[in-house]
Design a protein around this ligand. Structure first.
Ligand SMILES: [Fe+2]
Length: 219
């Protein structure tokens, strides 16, 4: 399985707070059958000096866990007004791919958000992955969700969505309707947000997981 979204790098965001926790998270992922990991620390443009500065911090954190070969670097980029014009934003794509993980603000939907995503993908020929799409059910209307689903994007689902009735129903619909869906744990630690690929394997068929992994191949 492929981990698309995880805060496993130590001391870079609100995820793993030290090397030991990161190493245990890595071990858990391995036990659960995850072979490839995209490490996706939060990137908030307004908090960082620059993209390059963030990348230096990310590289240091990756070296702290002995640079495992199955961990690829990425980021969870928060959509902020004007972010598509930020210098080097395209460098935050998943390492070795044309995919970039983007997170909508947890606020009322506004059309500039979609414009920023559109501009990033158009300018840099990247395909956006919309992080934990099911979470926005609480912030956006049905119509707005429909609108977002029309975007030329991949929709990332957190494994935990399957333990919430409303979110599960939404995700099952996405899968039934053939939307491109990939899974992730969005794990931050070893306690309340730990790697949970065992949950996904209980809730969906191996076919569906396989299908989601095939999506990466094209990018
Ligand atoms: Fe996240």
């Amino acid at each position: 399985m492929i981990e698309s979204h995880i805060h496993i790098l130590p001391q870079i965001d609100d995820g793993s707070s030290n090397v030991e926790i990161s190493m245990k998270m890595l071990e858990m992922l391995k036990m659960q059958g995850v072979e490839k990991i995209y490490a996706t620390p939060h990137f908030y443009a307004h908090r960082e000096k620059s993209v390059l500065d963030f990348m230096t911090k990310r590289e240091k954190a990756y070296k702290k866990i002995s640079s495992p070969k199955n961990v690829y670097l990425g980021a969870e980029v928060a959509i902020e007004y004007g972010i598509s014009e930020l210098l080097h934003i395209e460098k935050l794509a998943y390492q070795g791919t044309d995919l970039i993980l983007l997170e909508f603000p947890y606020a009322k939907y506004s059309s500039w958000m979609e414009c920023e995503i559109y501009n990033i993908s158009l300018e840099y020929h990247l395909t956006p992955i919309i992080a934990h799409i099911h979470r926005y059910l609480d912030f956006f209307s049905k119509e707005q969700m429909k609108h977002i689903l029309k975007m030329n994007a991949i929709f990332q689902v957190n494994n935990e969505a399957f333990s919430n009735f409303r979110q599960k129903r939404f995700v099952k619909n996405l899968l039934n309707e053939g939307y491109p869906v990939i899974f992730g744990s969005d794990s931050h630690n070893l306690t309340n947000r730990k790697p949970n690929w065992n949950l996904l394997q209980k809730k969906v068929s191996a076919d569906i997981i396989q299908k989601s992994e095939n999506i990466y191949v094209a990018y």
